[in-house]
Design a protein around this ligand. Structure first.
Ligand SMILES: [Zn+2]
Ligand SMILES: [Zn+2]
Length: 385
């Protein structure tokens, strides 16, 4: 009998388990898993495992439970070859998607119509899940470089840099200020910049030369090496834990406050990407070369769109200084700009103070226009009645 057939021949309790997945409680499922005749990777009629059902419904606690019981995240018996990661991504639950990635889900698996999990998720508009998958960097791949290989007496990557570097390569916010703040808080990455960048260079090459090239990851990693190298240079000059470097990135030019230096840094990184055949590289360079510095789209927004998708590039709730999402603190004078917190607002003030009053007028005008428009609509509604 084939493995699939065996797994699909359900015991009484396994049938119950699939039942409870639809309309049972967490505790009931937990109890069933303790039964001797319940295999965590058993299959329903369509070849789905309990973990896949939980992932498809975006049930985080259940997914945790099944994984803790040793569920195989790469079970591959579904009738249409849907993987657990596909089910998770289709659910739109970013946390569940990340959980499957951390559990070792194969991101390259394709289903019966030759689509990967990211393609499936993009198709149904789950862009946050697409970005979670594209930005995921497995720990094991970095860990490898902390151990000596071949004739080496020590690994290429100092062990103390493993955790900070893992945090960096998995971050979604690519704003140069945010990246630099992260480096400032993890100076080991700057102090060990030669070794760190060497490993990142190897990983860029690996992502471009593998059978499944991932130029999203390659462009992103290469971008980090640019920032780390330039930050290191600045720190060598000033010995100030990147204070000068971060201020330079935040500083806006005199005529309109546009952060010209930051724009040039992003452009430099994109232009220096070593694999000119990459489609993403060509798209990005084409985009930025036709735009004057200070106009839109900025190199940063092109980079963000290329790596994370358009949804991220067009987000409006971002911090004016560091690009972090969900920035809710607005400047109390102009109410025009938002920040993620006071440190970012303080950092931006030397540039913003020149434009705050003008922006306050713009904000006031916008509010007045919106109020007029609302009143007009109200009158129209009353007339209709
Ligand atoms: Zn911020
Ligand atoms: Zn202001």
């Amino acid at each position: 009998m084939s493995v699939k057939k065996k797994l699909a021949e359900l015991s009484e309790n396994e049938t119950k388990l699939f039942d409870k997945l639809l309309k049972g409680t967490f505790e009931e499922i937990q109890c069933l898993l303790k039964e001797k005749d319940v295999r965590v990777d058993c299959l329903d009629k369509t070849g789905m495992t309990p973990l896949q059902h939980a992932a498809f419904r975006g049930k985080k606690e259940l997914c945790e439970l099944f994984l803790a019981h040793g569920a195989d995240v790469n079970s591959n018996y579904h009738d249409n070859n849907y993987s657990t990661l596909m089910f998770a991504a289709l659910s739109g639950n970013v946390e569940v998607t990340r959980m499957m990635l951390q559990a070792g889900a194969n991101i390259h698996q394709i289903n019966s119509v030759n689509k990967t999990a990211t393609q499936m998720a993009a198709f149904v508009g789950q862009h946050q899940c697409v970005s979670a998958i594209n930005n995921f960097f497995p720990r094991s791949e970095l860990e490898y470089y902390t151990k000596p290989q071949g004739l080496e007496t020590e690994g290429k990557l100092p062990l103390e840099t493993l955790e900070p570097l893992l945090g960096l390569v998995n971050s979604v916010n690519l704003h140069p200020v945010k990246v630099s703040m992260y480096l400032r808080d993890n100076m080991i990455l700057v102090n060990e910049s030669y070794k760190v960048c060497k490993v990142l260079d190897i990983l860029v090459e690996k992502n471009m030369k593998a059978r499944d090239t991932n130029d999203v990851m390659a462009v992103k990693l290469h971008y980090f090496t640019t920032i780390i190298r330039l930050a290191r240079k600045s720190h060598d000059d000033k010995n100030d834990n990147l204070q000068f470097w971060i201020k330079s990135l935040v500083k806006g030019r005199d005529q309109d406050g546009f952060p010209e230096f930051a724009e040039r840094v992003v452009r430099q990184s994109l232009k220096e990407f070593p694999y000119v055949d990459s489609q993403l590289f060509q798209t990005l360079v084409r985009q930025i070369s036709s735009v004057k510095i200070g106009d839109t789209p900025t190199a940063l927004s092109s980079l963000i769109a290329g790596v994370n998708g358009n949804q991220f590039a067009m987000a409006e709730d971002v911090c004016a200084t560091c690009g972090e999402r969900n920035a809710v603190k607005s400047c109390s004078v102009c109410k025009y700009l938002q920040y993620c917190g006071q440190p970012c607002q303080k950092l931006h003030w030397s540039t913003h103070k020149k434009f705050c009053k003008t922006l306050a007028l713009v904000y006031k005008k916008n509010q007045e226009m919106m109020a007029k428009e609302k009143a007009k609509q109200k009158r129209r509604r009353i007339r209709k009645k």
